[in-house]
Design a protein around this ligand. Structure first.
Ligand SMILES: Cc1cc2nc3c(=O)[nH]c(=O)nc-3n(C[C@H](O)[C@H](O)[C@H](O)COP(=O)(O)OP(=O)(O)OC[C@H]3O[C@@H](n4cnc5c(N)ncnc54)[C@H](O)[C@@H]3O)c2cc1C
Ligand code: SF4
Length: 337
Protein backbone atom coordinates (compact mmCIF):
# COMPACT_ATOMS: atom_id res chain seq x y z
CA UNK A 1 0.00 0.00 0.00
CA UNK A 2 1.28 3.48 -0.85
CA UNK A 3 1.12 5.82 2.10
CA UNK A 4 1.10 9.60 2.21
CA UNK A 5 4.22 11.17 3.69
CA UNK A 6 3.68 13.24 6.86
CA UNK A 7 2.69 16.88 6.38
CA UNK A 8 1.20 19.82 8.24
CA UNK A 9 -2.34 20.67 7.10
CA UNK A 10 -4.01 24.11 7.10
CA UNK A 11 -7.62 25.05 6.29
CA UNK A 12 -7.70 28.84 5.81
CA UNK A 13 -11.09 30.56 5.58
CA UNK A 14 -10.03 33.63 3.57
CA UNK A 15 -7.87 34.38 0.53
CA UNK A 16 -5.67 36.64 2.69
CA UNK A 17 -5.07 33.84 5.19
CA UNK A 18 -4.32 31.27 2.45
CA UNK A 19 -1.71 33.43 0.72
CA UNK A 20 -0.21 34.54 4.03
CA UNK A 21 0.38 30.93 5.09
CA UNK A 22 2.02 29.97 1.79
CA UNK A 23 4.07 33.20 1.86
CA UNK A 24 5.28 32.41 5.40
CA UNK A 25 6.09 28.72 4.81
CA UNK A 26 7.68 29.22 1.37
CA UNK A 27 8.53 26.59 -1.26
CA UNK A 28 7.87 23.63 1.09
CA UNK A 29 4.13 24.43 1.04
CA UNK A 30 1.56 23.65 -1.61
CA UNK A 31 -2.15 24.33 -2.05
CA UNK A 32 -4.57 21.44 -2.37
CA UNK A 33 -8.19 21.46 -3.56
CA UNK A 34 -9.84 18.05 -4.11
CA UNK A 35 -6.47 16.30 -3.84
CA UNK A 36 -7.25 13.86 -6.68
CA UNK A 37 -3.98 14.80 -8.40
CA UNK A 38 -1.80 16.02 -5.54
CA UNK A 39 -2.35 13.18 -3.05
CA UNK A 40 -1.58 10.33 -5.51
CA UNK A 41 1.54 12.31 -6.54
CA UNK A 42 2.55 12.60 -2.89
CA UNK A 43 2.02 8.86 -2.38
CA UNK A 44 4.31 8.22 -5.35
CA UNK A 45 6.85 10.72 -3.89
CA UNK A 46 6.64 12.89 -7.01
CA UNK A 47 5.60 15.93 -5.01
CA UNK A 48 6.61 16.20 -1.35
CA UNK A 49 5.18 19.35 0.26
CA UNK A 50 5.79 19.49 4.03
CA UNK A 51 2.82 21.83 4.42
CA UNK A 52 -0.47 21.41 2.57
CA UNK A 53 -2.97 24.27 2.48
CA UNK A 54 -6.56 23.39 1.57
CA UNK A 55 -8.41 25.93 -0.58
CA UNK A 56 -11.81 24.28 -0.17
CA UNK A 57 -13.10 26.38 2.76
CA UNK A 58 -12.54 29.81 1.20
CA UNK A 59 -16.02 31.06 0.22
CA UNK A 60 -14.89 33.22 -2.75
CA UNK A 61 -13.37 30.16 -4.38
CA UNK A 62 -16.65 28.23 -4.17
CA UNK A 63 -18.88 30.64 -6.08
CA UNK A 64 -20.21 30.90 -9.61
CA UNK A 65 -21.25 34.46 -10.50
CA UNK A 66 -22.35 36.33 -13.63
CA UNK A 67 -23.90 34.89 -16.77
CA UNK A 68 -23.45 34.65 -20.50
CA UNK A 69 -24.37 38.29 -21.17
CA UNK A 70 -21.78 39.65 -18.70
CA UNK A 71 -19.31 36.78 -18.67
CA UNK A 72 -19.17 34.04 -16.03
CA UNK A 73 -16.76 33.82 -13.10
CA UNK A 74 -16.15 30.35 -11.67
CA UNK A 75 -14.34 29.99 -8.34
CA UNK A 76 -11.30 27.70 -8.48
CA UNK A 77 -12.70 25.33 -5.81
CA UNK A 78 -16.00 24.68 -7.60
CA UNK A 79 -16.10 20.92 -8.08
CA UNK A 80 -16.35 19.26 -11.46
CA UNK A 81 -19.71 17.74 -10.43
CA UNK A 82 -21.01 21.25 -9.66
CA UNK A 83 -19.80 22.37 -13.10
CA UNK A 84 -21.49 19.44 -14.82
CA UNK A 85 -24.76 20.06 -12.95
CA UNK A 86 -24.84 23.87 -13.07
CA UNK A 87 -27.88 25.07 -15.08
CA UNK A 88 -26.14 28.26 -16.15
CA UNK A 89 -23.02 26.41 -17.36
CA UNK A 90 -25.03 23.67 -19.07
CA UNK A 91 -27.18 26.13 -20.98
CA UNK A 92 -24.83 29.08 -21.60
CA UNK A 93 -21.38 27.41 -21.69
CA UNK A 94 -22.26 23.84 -22.73
CA UNK A 95 -18.70 23.12 -23.89
CA UNK A 96 -17.43 23.56 -20.32
CA UNK A 97 -20.07 21.22 -18.89
CA UNK A 98 -19.46 18.59 -21.55
CA UNK A 99 -15.64 18.66 -21.20
CA UNK A 100 -15.96 18.48 -17.40
CA UNK A 101 -18.32 15.51 -17.75
CA UNK A 102 -15.56 13.60 -19.56
CA UNK A 103 -13.07 14.01 -16.69
CA UNK A 104 -12.28 10.89 -14.67
CA UNK A 105 -15.24 9.30 -12.80
CA UNK A 106 -18.30 10.62 -10.92
CA UNK A 107 -16.60 9.99 -7.56
CA UNK A 108 -13.43 11.83 -8.58
CA UNK A 109 -15.52 14.65 -10.04
CA UNK A 110 -17.23 15.04 -6.65
CA UNK A 111 -13.80 15.80 -5.16
CA UNK A 112 -11.86 17.27 -8.10
CA UNK A 113 -12.16 20.98 -8.81
CA UNK A 114 -11.93 23.17 -11.87
CA UNK A 115 -8.87 24.93 -10.42
CA UNK A 116 -7.06 21.67 -9.72
CA UNK A 117 -7.85 20.53 -13.24
CA UNK A 118 -6.36 23.66 -14.81
CA UNK A 119 -3.19 23.26 -12.70
CA UNK A 120 -2.84 19.51 -13.16
CA UNK A 121 0.68 18.06 -13.16
CA UNK A 122 1.96 16.91 -16.57
CA UNK A 123 1.93 13.17 -17.29
CA UNK A 124 4.30 10.60 -18.82
CA UNK A 125 4.56 6.79 -18.81
CA UNK A 126 7.99 7.03 -17.16
CA UNK A 127 6.73 9.34 -14.42
CA UNK A 128 3.22 8.13 -13.51
CA UNK A 129 4.69 5.23 -11.58
CA UNK A 130 5.37 4.48 -7.95
CA UNK A 131 8.67 5.34 -6.29
CA UNK A 132 10.17 1.84 -6.63
CA UNK A 133 9.34 1.63 -10.35
CA UNK A 134 10.95 5.02 -10.99
CA UNK A 135 13.94 4.10 -8.85
CA UNK A 136 14.44 0.91 -10.90
CA UNK A 137 14.98 3.01 -14.05
CA UNK A 138 17.15 5.48 -12.12
CA UNK A 139 14.33 8.06 -12.13
CA UNK A 140 14.11 10.74 -14.85
CA UNK A 141 14.66 14.43 -15.42
CA UNK A 142 11.23 15.46 -14.11
CA UNK A 143 11.93 14.10 -10.63
CA UNK A 144 15.10 12.81 -8.99
CA UNK A 145 16.94 11.79 -12.22
CA UNK A 146 19.03 13.35 -14.97
CA UNK A 147 17.87 11.60 -18.16
CA UNK A 148 14.66 11.93 -20.13
CA UNK A 149 13.72 8.38 -21.14
CA UNK A 150 11.44 9.65 -23.91
CA UNK A 151 14.19 11.70 -25.58
CA UNK A 152 17.49 10.74 -23.90
CA UNK A 153 19.45 13.51 -25.64
CA UNK A 154 16.99 16.17 -24.52
CA UNK A 155 17.53 18.66 -21.74
CA UNK A 156 13.80 19.27 -21.65
CA UNK A 157 10.97 17.20 -20.14
CA UNK A 158 8.20 16.28 -22.61
CA UNK A 159 5.58 15.18 -20.06
CA UNK A 160 2.13 15.89 -21.43
CA UNK A 161 -0.46 18.48 -20.46
CA UNK A 162 -3.42 16.13 -19.87
CA UNK A 163 -6.30 18.24 -18.59
CA UNK A 164 -9.59 18.17 -20.49
CA UNK A 165 -10.55 21.73 -19.59
CA UNK A 166 -7.24 23.39 -20.50
CA UNK A 167 -7.63 23.25 -24.32
CA UNK A 168 -11.23 24.45 -23.94
CA UNK A 169 -10.21 27.42 -21.78
CA UNK A 170 -7.51 28.40 -24.28
CA UNK A 171 -9.91 28.04 -27.21
CA UNK A 172 -12.67 30.22 -25.72
CA UNK A 173 -10.27 32.87 -24.39
CA UNK A 174 -10.76 32.38 -20.63
CA UNK A 175 -8.68 34.36 -18.13
CA UNK A 176 -7.39 33.33 -14.70
CA UNK A 177 -7.09 35.50 -11.56
CA UNK A 178 -4.05 34.83 -9.38
CA UNK A 179 -3.51 36.30 -5.92
CA UNK A 180 -0.47 36.33 -3.64
CA UNK A 181 0.78 38.52 -0.79
CA UNK A 182 2.35 40.67 -3.52
CA UNK A 183 -1.01 41.48 -5.12
CA UNK A 184 -3.26 40.18 -7.84
CA UNK A 185 -2.97 39.67 -11.61
CA UNK A 186 -5.07 38.36 -14.49
CA UNK A 187 -3.54 36.08 -17.08
CA UNK A 188 -4.94 34.69 -20.34
CA UNK A 189 -5.31 30.92 -20.43
CA UNK A 190 -3.50 31.03 -23.79
CA UNK A 191 -0.37 32.44 -22.14
CA UNK A 192 -0.52 30.45 -18.92
CA UNK A 193 1.11 27.16 -19.98
CA UNK A 194 4.82 26.63 -20.70
CA UNK A 195 6.00 24.09 -23.25
CA UNK A 196 8.06 22.34 -20.59
CA UNK A 197 6.93 19.25 -18.68
CA UNK A 198 8.66 20.36 -15.46
CA UNK A 199 8.06 24.11 -15.40
CA UNK A 200 4.64 23.83 -17.02
CA UNK A 201 2.83 26.85 -15.55
CA UNK A 202 3.39 30.60 -15.57
CA UNK A 203 2.24 30.64 -11.96
CA UNK A 204 4.55 31.15 -9.03
CA UNK A 205 4.16 28.52 -6.26
CA UNK A 206 2.95 31.23 -3.83
CA UNK A 207 0.11 32.34 -6.13
CA UNK A 208 -3.43 31.19 -5.43
CA UNK A 209 -5.73 30.63 -8.39
CA UNK A 210 -8.87 32.39 -7.22
CA UNK A 211 -11.23 32.23 -10.18
CA UNK A 212 -11.69 31.61 -13.87
CA UNK A 213 -13.27 34.32 -16.04
CA UNK A 214 -15.22 33.13 -19.08
CA UNK A 215 -16.01 35.59 -21.91
CA UNK A 216 -19.50 36.75 -22.81
CA UNK A 217 -21.38 34.34 -25.04
CA UNK A 218 -21.86 36.79 -27.92
CA UNK A 219 -21.92 34.92 -31.20
CA UNK A 220 -19.38 32.18 -30.55
CA UNK A 221 -19.72 28.46 -30.17
CA UNK A 222 -17.23 25.86 -29.04
CA UNK A 223 -16.93 22.10 -28.81
CA UNK A 224 -14.53 19.51 -27.39
CA UNK A 225 -13.63 16.00 -28.54
CA UNK A 226 -11.58 13.61 -26.42
CA UNK A 227 -9.60 10.51 -27.41
CA UNK A 228 -9.01 7.97 -24.64
CA UNK A 229 -8.78 4.21 -24.36
CA UNK A 230 -11.73 3.60 -22.03
CA UNK A 231 -14.90 5.61 -22.52
CA UNK A 232 -15.80 5.21 -18.83
CA UNK A 233 -12.72 7.03 -17.58
CA UNK A 234 -9.23 7.82 -18.78
CA UNK A 235 -7.01 10.82 -19.26
CA UNK A 236 -7.11 12.33 -22.76
CA UNK A 237 -4.34 11.22 -25.09
CA UNK A 238 -5.68 13.77 -27.55
CA UNK A 239 -8.22 16.51 -26.93
CA UNK A 240 -9.47 18.88 -29.63
CA UNK A 241 -11.18 22.13 -28.66
CA UNK A 242 -12.77 24.11 -31.48
CA UNK A 243 -14.00 27.69 -31.18
CA UNK A 244 -15.79 29.61 -33.91
CA UNK A 245 -17.18 33.13 -33.81
CA UNK A 246 -19.67 34.30 -36.39
CA UNK A 247 -20.37 37.69 -37.87
CA UNK A 248 -22.61 39.57 -35.52
CA UNK A 249 -24.74 42.13 -37.36
CA UNK A 250 -27.90 40.18 -36.70
CA UNK A 251 -26.74 38.51 -33.51
CA UNK A 252 -27.50 34.92 -32.61
CA UNK A 253 -30.90 33.34 -33.09
CA UNK A 254 -32.92 32.58 -29.92
CA UNK A 255 -32.02 28.89 -30.15
CA UNK A 256 -28.31 29.77 -29.99
CA UNK A 257 -27.52 29.26 -33.69
CA UNK A 258 -25.71 32.09 -35.41
CA UNK A 259 -27.83 34.13 -37.80
CA UNK A 260 -24.88 34.84 -40.08
CA UNK A 261 -22.57 32.01 -40.95
CA UNK A 262 -19.39 33.89 -41.88
CA UNK A 263 -16.64 32.97 -39.44
CA UNK A 264 -14.89 36.06 -38.06
CA UNK A 265 -12.66 34.34 -35.53
CA UNK A 266 -11.64 30.75 -34.86
CA UNK A 267 -9.31 28.72 -32.71
CA UNK A 268 -8.38 25.05 -32.80
CA UNK A 269 -6.46 23.88 -29.72
CA UNK A 270 -4.98 20.41 -29.24
CA UNK A 271 -4.49 18.96 -25.78
CA UNK A 272 -2.90 15.73 -24.53
CA UNK A 273 -0.04 15.70 -27.05
CA UNK A 274 2.63 18.08 -25.69
CA UNK A 275 3.68 19.78 -22.43
CA UNK A 276 1.35 22.70 -23.22
CA UNK A 277 -1.87 23.08 -25.25
CA UNK A 278 -1.10 23.51 -28.97
CA UNK A 279 -2.87 26.25 -30.92
CA UNK A 280 -3.16 25.51 -34.65
CA UNK A 281 -2.98 28.92 -36.31
CA UNK A 282 -3.26 27.49 -39.85
CA UNK A 283 -6.51 25.75 -38.92
CA UNK A 284 -7.93 29.06 -37.69
CA UNK A 285 -6.83 30.76 -40.91
CA UNK A 286 -8.56 28.07 -42.95
CA UNK A 287 -11.83 28.96 -41.24
CA UNK A 288 -11.80 32.73 -40.87
CA UNK A 289 -13.62 34.87 -43.45
CA UNK A 290 -15.69 32.03 -44.90
CA UNK A 291 -18.81 30.15 -43.98
CA UNK A 292 -18.21 27.01 -41.95
CA UNK A 293 -18.69 24.28 -44.51
CA UNK A 294 -17.23 20.87 -45.24
CA UNK A 295 -14.37 22.26 -47.38
CA UNK A 296 -13.18 24.62 -44.64
CA UNK A 297 -13.50 21.86 -42.06
CA UNK A 298 -11.33 19.51 -44.12
CA UNK A 299 -8.70 22.24 -44.58
CA UNK A 300 -8.64 23.02 -40.85
CA UNK A 301 -8.41 19.31 -40.01
CA UNK A 302 -5.45 18.90 -42.37
CA UNK A 303 -3.69 21.80 -40.62
CA UNK A 304 -4.33 20.14 -37.24
CA UNK A 305 -2.90 16.87 -38.57
CA UNK A 306 0.27 18.62 -39.80
CA UNK A 307 0.76 20.51 -36.53
CA UNK A 308 0.07 17.56 -34.18
CA UNK A 309 3.27 15.85 -33.06
CA UNK A 310 2.21 13.53 -30.24
CA UNK A 311 4.99 11.91 -28.23
CA UNK A 312 5.54 8.26 -27.43
CA UNK A 313 5.01 8.71 -23.69
CA UNK A 314 1.29 8.15 -23.17
CA UNK A 315 -1.27 5.61 -24.34
CA UNK A 316 -1.69 4.39 -27.98
CA UNK A 317 0.74 4.49 -30.89
CA UNK A 318 1.69 8.12 -31.38
CA UNK A 319 1.47 8.01 -35.20
CA UNK A 320 -2.14 6.92 -34.87
CA UNK A 321 -2.85 9.72 -32.38
CA UNK A 322 -1.47 12.15 -34.98
CA UNK A 323 -3.94 10.82 -37.55
CA UNK A 324 -6.73 11.12 -35.00
CA UNK A 325 -5.97 14.85 -34.68
CA UNK A 326 -7.40 15.23 -38.20
CA UNK A 327 -10.44 13.09 -37.44
CA UNK A 328 -11.23 14.66 -34.07
CA UNK A 329 -10.92 18.17 -35.52
CA UNK A 330 -13.50 17.19 -38.13
CA UNK A 331 -15.84 15.91 -35.41
CA UNK A 332 -15.34 19.01 -33.27
CA UNK A 333 -16.04 21.41 -36.15
CA UNK A 334 -19.01 19.48 -37.51
CA UNK A 335 -20.62 19.92 -34.09
CA UNK A 336 -20.45 23.68 -34.70
CA UNK A 337 -22.02 23.70 -38.17
C1 LIG B 1 -8.06 7.87 -11.87
C2 LIG B 1 -7.98 9.32 -12.30
C3 LIG B 1 -8.48 9.67 -13.52
C4 LIG B 1 -8.41 11.01 -13.93
N1 LIG B 1 -8.91 11.33 -15.17
C5 LIG B 1 -8.81 12.62 -15.60
C6 LIG B 1 -9.30 12.97 -16.90
O1 LIG B 1 -9.84 12.15 -17.63
N2 LIG B 1 -9.15 14.25 -17.30
C7 LIG B 1 -8.57 15.20 -16.52
O2 LIG B 1 -8.48 16.35 -16.96
N3 LIG B 1 -8.13 14.91 -15.28
C8 LIG B 1 -8.23 13.65 -14.81
N4 LIG B 1 -7.78 13.32 -13.55
C9 LIG B 1 -7.07 14.32 -12.75
C10 LIG B 1 -7.89 15.02 -11.65
O3 LIG B 1 -8.81 14.17 -11.05
C11 LIG B 1 -8.64 16.22 -12.15
O4 LIG B 1 -7.85 16.95 -13.05
C12 LIG B 1 -9.12 17.14 -11.03
O5 LIG B 1 -9.89 18.17 -11.59
C13 LIG B 1 -8.00 17.76 -10.21
O6 LIG B 1 -8.59 18.63 -9.28
P1 LIG B 1 -8.27 18.58 -7.72
O7 LIG B 1 -9.09 19.62 -7.09
O8 LIG B 1 -8.41 17.20 -7.19
O9 LIG B 1 -6.72 18.99 -7.78
P2 LIG B 1 -5.65 18.85 -6.61
O10 LIG B 1 -5.07 17.48 -6.65
O11 LIG B 1 -6.17 19.34 -5.32
O12 LIG B 1 -4.58 19.92 -7.12
C14 LIG B 1 -3.93 19.79 -8.37
C15 LIG B 1 -2.83 20.85 -8.43
O13 LIG B 1 -3.39 22.15 -8.39
C16 LIG B 1 -2.90 22.89 -7.28
N5 LIG B 1 -4.03 23.70 -6.82
C17 LIG B 1 -5.30 23.28 -6.66
N6 LIG B 1 -6.11 24.32 -6.42
C18 LIG B 1 -5.33 25.44 -6.42
C19 LIG B 1 -5.59 26.83 -6.28
N7 LIG B 1 -6.83 27.31 -6.09
N8 LIG B 1 -4.56 27.70 -6.38
C20 LIG B 1 -3.28 27.24 -6.60
N9 LIG B 1 -2.99 25.94 -6.73
C21 LIG B 1 -4.00 25.04 -6.67
C22 LIG B 1 -2.37 21.87 -6.31
O14 LIG B 1 -1.31 22.40 -5.53
C23 LIG B 1 -1.86 20.79 -7.26
O15 LIG B 1 -0.59 21.13 -7.74
C24 LIG B 1 -7.85 11.99 -13.08
C25 LIG B 1 -7.36 11.61 -11.83
C26 LIG B 1 -7.42 10.29 -11.43
C27 LIG B 1 -6.89 9.93 -10.08
S1 SF4 C 1 9.24 13.27 -20.67
FE1 SF4 C 1 11.22 12.51 -20.02
S2 SF4 C 1 11.80 13.78 -18.25
FE2 SF4 C 1 9.64 14.11 -18.64
S3 SF4 C 1 8.58 12.68 -17.28
FE3 SF4 C 1 8.86 11.63 -19.24
S4 SF4 C 1 10.79 10.54 -19.09
FE4 SF4 C 1 10.71 12.01 -17.43
Amino acid sequence: MMRLPKFVYHTPRTIAEAVRIIGDVGPEAQFVAGGTDLYPNMKRRQQMPKTVISVMRVPELNQVTGDGSRGLVIGASVTLTEIVESEIIKTQYPVIASAARMISTPILRNMGTIGGNLLLDTRCNYYDQNYEWRKAINFCLKKDGDVCWVAPGSSKCWAVQSSDLVPVMVAIGARFRLVSTLGERMIDAAGFYNDDGIDYLKKRPDELLVDIHLPQTNGWRASYQKLRRRGAFDFPVLGVAAYVKYEEPNGALPDGRASDTTVTDARIVLGGIAPSPVQVADAAQALIGKPLDENQIQAAAEAAYIKARPLDNTDFVYQWRKQMARQYTIHALRELM
